[in-house]
Design a protein around this ligand. Structure first.
Ligand code: CTP
Length: 411
């Protein structure tokens, strides 16, 4: 394959050396097109040595071979890694003031971008709007990952690792990246909040990041997605809002989520219940802030009522051909492994798949990483995944497609 790798001015450019190496090792013809700024991070000789082709940033070199459009025309795949906020803005506007800009305008090949920048820049409304436009035009966005950034900051903005970029890019060329096209997907995410009074609630530690990653992955693979958002951290929600194929419906309490889920699932092909739904609600929600009437050390009692099991209700109402996926956040118990607990829950819930993940004081929450074991209704392990919440989401969708495929074969 003829692959163009655009490199722009971010420190993550050093990781792109590995990406180019992997592509060359895979037998592809790789042409690196750095911006001038990128060369301040990794020099031109490195790109030439690793790609084994001449490298230039200028539209004025190699003019006889019309290089400014020839690379784009010849490309089977264009990857821009790292893609800075500036380059993404230039791509959105269609600016072509350097060789990378002209190449991007001249190509009809799949374009994959791996953004890398500080979280503030990634979440700036300008970048958010640019990403929406690029996605709408069919650009495949890989990452950014959540983690440590230069200068000690941390959050979404880290360039995805070269191996993962390569995998997604090759899938894009195979058309595999659009394998959910035409499917209507509903994903619930985040933690519900059950009010006690106007100022207090019973909630949980779910940030909604895993559910949002599941929704975004489905949308990037071509599905039309409804994201039912309980309490979700602002960052992931802003990203989801900007996706042209994600519609967001808010639901605060378990009861609200149940109502919305029933309506949205009615026409869905696949439903994923990633939300952390409260098992109980407060029996009598006080219309006024409850005053403290106890003394230090005294106990008080709050009456709770069990909520309906939304997942179980969805399974009962499941229409033909609909797939339903549940999540189970488990703390390893005494005398029972995580998988055994998951299997019992899978049998009880009746969903097609159950994604089991271990949680604890230090695990599972408020982190960019996750580890999942995915089991089917009979308790068999279908897949397991460890990595960023997005990586894990991709594995989950592969598993969903696998069970849908094997069910279609039986029918
Ligand atoms: N779930 C649901 N409705 C509820 C509780 C949970 O739909 N009232 C869904 C969750 O969205 C998740 C799955 O059921 O997909 C498992 O949730 P979990 O809280 O692990 O299971 P519970 O049934 O509440 O079992 P337990 O609390 O005993 O572990």
């Amino acid at each position: 394959m003829f692959v163009v790798v655009g490199v722009t001015g971010g420190i993550a450019a050093y990781k792109t050396v590995q990406l180019v190496r992997l592509l060359v090792k895979d037998g592809h013809e790789v042409h690196v097109v750095p911006t001038d700024d990128a060369l301040r991070f990794v020099g031109l000789p490195t790109w030439e040595a690793i790609s084994r082709h001449a490298v230039t940033t200028s539209v004025h070199d190699d003019v006889a071979r019309v290089r400014h459009v020839a690379l784009g025309q010849s490309a089977d795949l264009v990857i821009v890694a790292p893609a800075t906020a500036n380059t993404l803005a230039k791509m959105t506007a269609g600016l072509a003031d350097d060789l990378l800009g002209t190449t991007l305008l001249a190509t009809t090949a799949p374009v994959v971008v791996a953004p890398a920048m500080h979280t503030e820049m990634w979440r700036h409304p300008a970048t958010v709007a640019n990403m929406a436009t690029l996605r709408e035009r069919g650009v495949i966005v890989v990452g950014p990952d959540d983690g440590e950034l230069t200068g000690g900051d941390s959050g979404p903005g880290r360039m995805t690792e070269p191996e993962a970029i390569l995998e997604r890019a090759l899938a894009a060329v195979d058309g595999g990246a659009r394998d959910l096209e035409g499917l209507r997907v509903v994903v619930s995410a985040g933690g519900t909040r059950e009010p006690i009074d106007p100022v207090r609630f019973i909630g949980n530690r779910s940030s909604g990041r895993q559910g949002v990653a599941v929704a975004m992955a489905a949308a990037d693979r071509g599905a039309d997605v409804v994201l039912i958002a309980a309490h979700v951290d602002d960052g992931p929600l802003v990203e989801a809002c900007a996706h042209p194929r994600v519609r967001i419906v808010r639901a605060g309490t378990a009861a609200e989520l149940g109502e919305v889920a029933a309506i949205e699932a009615d026409s869905a092909d696949i439903v994923v219940m990633a939300a952390a739904v409260a098992d109980y609600r407060v029996a009598e929600v006080s219309p006024l802030k409850r005053a403290k009437e106890s003394a230090p050390g005294d106990g008080i009692t709050l009456d709770l009522i069990e909520n309906d099991d939304i997942l179980a209700a969805l399974v009962r109402a499941r229409r033909d051909g609909q797939s339903i996926v549940g999540f189970a956040a488990e703390t390893p118990g005494e005398g029972e492994t995580l998988l055994e607990r998951g299997r019992r829950k899978a049998a009880r819930k009746g969903a097609d798949l159950l994604a089991v993940n271990e949680v604890g004081w230090e695990r599972g929450f408020e982190s960019g990483e996750n580890a999942l074991a995915i089991i089917d209704a009979s308790g068999d392990l279908v897949a397991s995944a460890t990595g960023s919440k997005r990586d894990v989401a991709e594995v989950l969708w592969n598993a969903v497609l696998k069970v849908r495929g094997s069910r279609a074969e039986i029918e």
